[in-house]
Structures are given as C-alpha cells and as structure tokens.
Write a protein that binds this ligand. Sequence first.
Ligand code: G6P
Length: 617
Amino acid sequence: MCGIIGITGSEDTAAGLLEGLALLEYRGYDSAGIAVVEPSNKIFRLRAAEQGGSLYHLGNGLPKEKTARLKYAAGIGHTRWATHGAPTVSNAHPHVDCQSTLAVVHNGIIENHNRLARDLKERGHHFASETDTEVIAHLLEEQIAGGKSVKDAVISLLTVLRGAFALALVHKDFPDTIYAARRTSPLIIGSEAGVGLLASDVAAVLERTRNLFELGDDQAAEIRPGAFRVYDHLGVEMQPKAINVGWSTEAARKGGFPDYMSKEIHEQPRAVAETILGRLEPSGETRLEELDIDDGRLAAVERVLLVACGSSYHAALAGRHAMEAWAKIPAEVDIASEMRYRSMQIPKNTLVVAISQSGETTDTYHAMRQARSQEVMTVAVTNVVGSLMTRETDGVLYTRAGPEIGVASTKCHVAQLALLQCLALRVADLKGTLSVAEKSAVAEEILSLPSLIERTLLGQEQFRKVAERYAEARDFYYLGRRLGFPVALEGALKLKELAYVRAEAYPAGEMKHGPISLIEPGSVVVVVAKRSSLWEKIMANVEEMRARGATVIAVADEGDEETAALVDDVLETPPVTEVCSPVIGVLPLQVFAYTVAKAKGHDVDRPRNLAKVVTVE
Ligand code: G6P
C-alpha cells in the first residue's frame, strides 16, 4: 500500500517527485525516498524515515544546487507503509543494486523473495535492507550484466517474480528513461508536452496531465519524455488503455479545511448527491447503466452476499437491510478476510457485492475472485475508477465521492450506503417487489439524503461540544439494534482509529450476554436511538446501562424530548426512515470521534499504524 511516482523530461524533476509524493501520502507514510539520474550518469538517492514527517525531511535534505542539476532527468519516488522490514531509512525505497547502477521502488509483496534473496546472496550479492523489494535491484543487476537490455531485464521480472507488485526503476546509463512493470498492484502512465509520468494512482499526476493510460496486468513499460512504450511478458508491444478521469485537481486538496477529514466530512452532501445523480427518479425508476449487467440476470438474483473490510463492511451490514426490505431476498454479509478462506459453496443466482472504497483491498479483491471462480455474478462497489477490482468483475458501481485522502473513511462510507440503497431499489424494481407508491416513497427518501446530511452537519458545533465533554473518558460502548448496529460499529471504529480509545460496539440486545459486566461508573455508552419500531427495546437496554452507572449519549431524532429525558446527552439528527437512517446516524459519530482525537492532539488524517489502502493480508 505504498505510493509510487515517476517523472522524466520535466524541468522540476526533484520538486515534482516531492509534490507527487505529498499527494500520495495517504497510501502510506512511514518513510519516503527519491532517486534521480544525474547528468554525470550517477544515481542520486535521498531517503527519510520519520513518522508523519518523511517528506518534510526529504525536502530539507535536498540542496538547491542539486535540484538545479537534476532538471529534465528521470526520477522515481516512493512513500512507504512497511510490510517487510521496519520503517527505517535503510528499508526506505528506492533500493539499489551492489554497484548503485539502478534504483527501484516497489508497491506490493514479492512472495518468493526469500528464495530469490538466498540465491542472490550465494552468488555474491550484498543486501543493504530487510525488504522484499531489494531482490528486484539485484536480479536486474545480474540480468543486465548478463547482456540483457534494461527493458528486457524488466520484462523478465514478470516471469521470475511471484506475488503482487508495481515497480519502477531508473538506470544510471539511461538518464531520461523510467522503466516499470506490474502485476495486480496498479500503475498509471501519463504523457504530456515532453514530460513522461508514472504513478500508483491518478491523484499524484492529475495536476500535470489528464492524458493517462493504464499499465495492464503483467505488462512492462519504458517511459521517456513525452512518449512511452508498453510490452507484455513476452516482450510484444501492447496498446495501453486510456483512462478517463472526471475528478478535478482541486477535489484532491484540502480546500481550506484544517485537515482532509473535516473537508471530507463537509463534502458528504455532495458525495451522496453525485453518487445518486441520474440513477434514481422520484417515481422510483432506477438507472444503473454502467453496472453493465443484463436486467434479466439481475432480476433472477435470489440472494445477495456482500463482502468488504473496515468501514465498507459496515456499509455492507446496512445495505443488507435495504436488500431484504425492498428486494425481499436474503442478504448475507461477510468480512472479506474471513470469506476468502472459507470453503463456501455460493448458491447459483447469488449476487456477490464486493465493496471497497479503494477497489484495491487485497482481501476484498480475493473474496470477489473466489466468488467469480464459482461462476456467480459479482458487482464491485468502489470509488476509484479503473481500480483493481473494477477490472475483474461482472459489474461495477462507482461511488462518486471524489478522492478520499483522510485514512478514516467518511464521505466514501456514506456514498457506499446510498449506492447500496440504489442497487437494492434496482433489484426490487426488476423483481416487482414494491408497489408503485412504495417505490416512489423509497426513492424520495434517498433523493432527500443530500439535504438531510447538510441539515445534520449544521449541528456540528453541538456534536463537538458534547464530544469535548467526553474527551478524557476511557471506555466507550457503542450500541444499536438492526440498522442502528452498523452505525454503532462505524462510530466505534472511528473513535478507535482516530482517538486511540477503546470502544466496543455491540448489538444492544447482546450486552446482557457478557459485556454488561464491564459497565461501571465512568463507562460511556453511545446509543443509536433514532425512532424505529425497536425504539422501546433499545431504551430498555439504555436503562440497563444507566442502572449500572454508565453515562449515556444518544443519537436521537431532532426534538425527541422523550429520548433526551432518558439519557445524559443527545446528538440530534433529522428523522428519517429506518432503512435510510445509517447515512444520517453516522454523521454525529464521525464528528464525535474527530473532536475527541483533536482534543488528544492526534493527526486525524494519518492515524498511527493505519494505511488508507490495505494491499496486504
Ligand atoms: C483501511 C482504511 C479504512 C477502510 C478499509 C477498507 O482499513 O483505513 O478506512 O474502510 O481499509 O478499505 P476499502 O478501500 O476496501 O474500502
């Protein structure tokens, strides 16, 4: 889950690499580095490893004279999230071969690196890091010494390396060329006015060009100023696929907010509005054209299996209820990292919906592939155009939330919730399970979500005030029932990942089967108590908590004085039907976690130990 950038032919190679890395930091940030070919045919390499400050140190370590000398040269950069080897300078990329003739950056995992490294060491290669990446540098060194061109040596890696990789390299004798290869992990090539670009995702190069191409699986590339060539694993030249990206570059910036997370919280009405745009009529008609699955096949779906990780998993848990309530078919949810290792026979006519903001989470990708191997229909719900999962599925549905930089998902999560509702309504429509009036009522509700989100976020100040009162609390319990449970899970996850505070989420009715013994004076219970048919039951659970000394904060409907009278603090949100309530209920909990994290002085965009895109198991 590292970020890669490459630039050649630009008058600001070194600065451009640092800029690109800054845009990629959400992919990992425990260390960073760059390598550029100097005019004297030497590799200039600079690396830093400081949690939260690698790029700053990299920038400071780059003398002005050096920047001037590196103009127009080919350079590569990398921001790392450690998988093999601690986040130290010696493990930071780029890695070089024994003679520093070439420098390599890599994202992914080389599964056969142990054996390759052992053989290389036996043949006299000296290793300077604990990474799996370094084998690539030494393998290339050998191949080139044996007479292969750099291009052919890179192509040969496609046969030698096992695992997932996106790699880029520069060689001292070819000062204007970047070489690249990939399997599974993505790479994007850009070409503009005499400049050649390479990146692990579009956010890093969007400001420089929209002339973008996808390097295919098991392909290699040579990128020169303003031109590039792509080859398959046999060395046959290939035509790369152009990528059409609608994002504005501004969308990838903080837009005046102190951090990406608050910007992204603020962007939620738009994220949902754009996600449902053109997909839903007030009459309940749905259009999911890009889904690209035949209506007949979709109408024949008899059950749904939703798989995902993290916040996307919580969206799946909520989406399941929409599918059951509207399409009236069984809907199950599984955690992708569990599902992929179960001996599961998925019944025919199951629709597997794999949900992933990044479209690259390894576990979700493999769970989806497992479903495909059983010949069931799959749909990927993702926010990243052209991401890995979109290339290996029957249908794709994009949340149109724009790039999400904050590691903790906010706008993509609510966009996923809304999109799963559109999908459930589509299946219901095709199956004819809702009356005309019901269909239209559901559609009206979904269409009103952007303005309801906006209205909810007007209460941010009040949410913050409540949160500040609990900034020092030690133990939190998040409770909900039915649609309130995924909201409780998401609220607790936000608090854990941002504020580093213990927070357990439980279905409220399950507390009495064990966890209630943890409740004591000082425990804080956050309960999702929006009005639904289960309101009385959840309030009975609240009483059980209060009787044991807990302080209770309720996510409740605006003006619901009855709930307010039974708890210590209220986070007020507009009333909404139960199926649509997770979109609204989660908002105060995002702000709550944000506020507690800020009060503790944490970096909300880059919580410790986490990465935005998890491409390892
Ligand atoms: C990481 C992120 C979470 C995200 C999860 C799943 O853990 O920190 O915010 O929910 O991955 O990511 P995906 O891209 O598959 O939705």
